[in-house]
Each structure stands twice: as C-alpha cells, then as structure tokens.
Write a protein that binds this ligand. Structure first.
Ligand SMILES: Nc1nc2c(ncn2[C@@H]2O[C@H](COP(=O)(O)OP(=O)(O)OP(=O)(O)O)[C@@H](O)[C@H]2O)c(=O)[nH]1
Ligand SMILES: [Mg+2]
Ligand SMILES: [Zn+2]
Length: 367
C-alpha cells in the first residue's frame, strides 16, 4: 500500500514538507481510543501511536484534535519507544455534526473524506427530513453525498422505487442507489465512487447495515472484524468505534457507530445553499423579514399551497433555521461566559499583584 493508496495527494505533500525534514513520517489515522490511535503508514504498516502533549494543548476545540481519517506527522521514536503524533496536517474536507447532547461544539466524524454515504432502508428508518439534515452537513464539509437504500431484499420493488423517487425529488442530482448488502446486490454502484485513494465515510442509524455493507465490499477473503459489542437480547453486533478500512480493490471506507442524533453543526449560509429552491422563492415574499408562518404575502406558503414545494420541506427548513439560530445563541452565551470568567481571573490576578506590591513596599518601610 503506497501513500496514494491511503489517500495521500500533493495537498498533503506540501503541508508535510517541513515535518519530513525532521525525520517524521506521514501516517493516516484509522482508529481512535481515549488513549491512543491506530495508524496506517507507507508500505501498509499499521502501528499504535500516541498524541504529543503539545498537539493536545494547541487544539482549540475537540474537533481540532486529530481524528479518524486525518493525516498526521509521526515521530517514530527509538526502537521500543512510543511513536508520537507531532502534528496534524490541514484537512481537505471533513464530515462533522453537533456533539450529541447540550454541547454546542462540533464533533468530527471523518476527516479527508471524498464522499459520505448515508445508509437507510425503504422501511421504518426512512425519513426524508433526517436525510436533508445529513445532506446539509455533508455539503458543508466539502464531501459529495450518496444515499444508499439498503435491505432491498426485504422490500418489494415498488416500495424501494417509491423511496428512491422521494429522495430524487429532494435533489435531482443526488446519487441514490438501491442495494442489498446481505445479498451483494447493487454493489457495483460503488465501482463508480471508489477508486485508488478515495475515502468513503459510511453513516446512518444503528442497524441499517453499514458494517454488513463494508464486509460485502471487502469480499470473502479479507473478513474484517471491527470492535463490536453483542447487543443483549438481540444478539446483533453493533459497531462501537469508528474505523478506517482500506479495501483490497482500492479506496478506503470509514465505518461508524450508528447515529441517533444528527444535529446541525452549520451556519445559515450552508443551510441556504442546501435549500436553494426555498431561498429563490423567499425572494418573492412581500416582507423581507417574512417568517413564512402565516405572514401576509408569503411566497413560500403560496408555493406550498399550489404544490411547487412540499410542506414538509418548508417545515424542515424552518426547523433547521431555528436550530442554527439557537446553536449560535448558545455558542455566543458560552463565549461571553468564558470571557467574563477570564476577565475576572485577570482582575483577581491583578489584585493579588497589587496586594503583593503593597506588601513589599510595607516591608521595605515605604508606606
Ligand atoms: N435482509 C437484510 N439484512 C441486512 C442487510 N444488511 C444488513 N442486514 C442485517 O441488519 C443487521 C444490522 O446490520 P449491521 O451491518 O450490523 O448494521 P450497522 O449499520 O453496522 O449497525 P451499527 O453498527 O449498530 O450502527 C444485521 O443483522 C444484518 O445481517 C440486507 O441487505 N438485507
Ligand atoms: Mg456497524
Ligand atoms: Zn414568506
């Protein structure tokens, strides 16, 4: 496996030049745990590496820390010593979401991904509104989206076709493929996407078949066993950590644990880019601050009424817009709190300093 097979390109080569001079090696992070990473090196070597304290301290946020898919500069160390990640190279693309729960922070799912495949099925997991969220987040990170309708063996052709055309109505240009990971049907669709050094990040709810799909693409000979946990009662294996897996035929896949929440980690601009149809129509609203919720002369509601846009799509747009605004307000509140705390600490320090000067003067008998 060459560096190019692992996704290396002139972009990284340039960023790496200064590190090469220090005798460090380029490596691509494939797994992560709270204490270390697993990384691929030129020639197909795999090694555990640890993070240098400096890289940790210099990361402004969790999402800045090296993650799966990142290219890093590794100090191989003396024989018997730990290999140490000395720097993270800049990212070409990312796929991230908002950290689950109350945090307003970004959570990195995969770095340097060319394509993100959202896996769903024509049945109960199918949810256009959730797919729209995924698409907005994928585009923001600079990767190309792909939607896979898996488990077609469990559904009739008309059920699968109906789901596919609903997706296609979201976006005519969207790549949608119907597959059965279990039967190996439709996997040829990947030939178009996966090529040498191309990274495909596989996401979606738990149980939709992400890991099964990856195993099917790996083929019989190279069965890969990711870190899995037995789900009690169901006897099903569920992925518990992210992993970058090189395919024998070229290309790399990132398997992910199922996601229950896929919240916006994005801004108004990206949101608008993902809803260009709505954006274009909104220009026709009578008032420029139209909320599109019962306002007089609303062009969007008129478009819903005469079927030019789907009511669900408009509602989702408004919900996402709210979510982005709330996220921003929370982030702003947090920034103010942090600043206030910093100012207070500064004042305390200044006061301590003033007290000490007074004390010293006193001791010297100057007061
Ligand atoms: N009938 C059928 N079952 C499938 C197909 N793909 C996956 N399955 C089954 O669905 C279940 C879940 O598959 P996984 O591949 O573990 O799902 P996952 O998306 O990796 O789930 P998490 O790791 O929990 O996120 C398993 O029992 C699979 O055998 C398919 O195409 N058809
Ligand atoms: Mg899995
Ligand atoms: Zn309006």
């Amino acid at each position: 496996m060459t560096l190019e097979d692992l996704g290396w390109s002139p972009f990284f080569e340039r960023a790496f030049a200064a590190h090469a001079e220090r005798g460090w090696l380029p490596a691509r992070l494939a797994t992560e745990t709270p204490i270390n990473y697993g990384a691929w090196f030129e020639g197909g070597g795999w090694r555990e590496v640890v993070l240098a304290g400096r890289v940790w301290h210099e990361a402004a946020t969790d999402a800045d820390l090296p993650g799966v898919g990142d290219w890093v500069a590794v100090d191989p160390g003396a024989p018997g010593e730990d290999a140490v990640v000395r720097a993270r190279l800049p990212r070409r693309t990312t796929f991230s979401r908002k950290m689950p729960g109350k945090s307003t922070q970004e959570q990195l799912i995969g770095a340097n991904v060319d394509c993100v495949a959202v896996v769903t099925e024509p049945g109960t997991d199918f949810n256009l509104r959730r797919i729209e969220r995924y698409l907005a987040l994928i585009r923001r990170g600079g990767a190309a989206p792909l939607v896979l309708l898996n488990k077609t063996d469990l559904f009739s052709a008309s059920e699968t076709d109906a789901a596919a055309s609903e997706l296609q109505r979201l976006d005519e240009a969207l790549a949608v493929h119907a597959v059965s990971a279990a039967k190996g049907d439709g996997l040829e669709a990947f030939a178009d996407v996966l090529g040498r050094g191309v990274t495909l990040c596989v996401v979606g709810s738990s149980g939709v078949g992400k890991s099964t799909l990856i195993n099917a693409l790996l083929g019989e000979e190279s069965q890969w066993t990711s870190e899995v946990n037995e789900v009690t009662g169901k006897g099903r294996h569920t992925t518990t950590s992210r992993e970058l897996v090189p395919l024998p035929g070229g290309g790399l896949l990132i398997d992910n644990p199922g996601m229950r929440e896929i919240q916006m980690w994005t801004d108004e601009r990206t949101l608008r880019e993902s809803f260009v149809d709505i954006e274009a129509l909104a220009g026709g609203c009578r008032f420029h601050d139209c909320r599109h919720q019962g306002d007089a002369g609303c062009a969007l509601e008129a478009a819903v009424a005469d079927g030019r846009i789907e009511g669900g799509r408009l509602r989702n747009f408004l919900n996402l817009e709210d979510e982005v605004a709330r996220l921003r307000a929370r982030a702003e509140k947090r920034r103010i709190t942090v600043e206030r705390r910093a100012r207070r600490n500064h004042r305390v320090k200044a006061r301590n300093l003033a007290d000490r000067i007074e004390l010293e003067k006193d001791e010297r008998g100057e007061l």
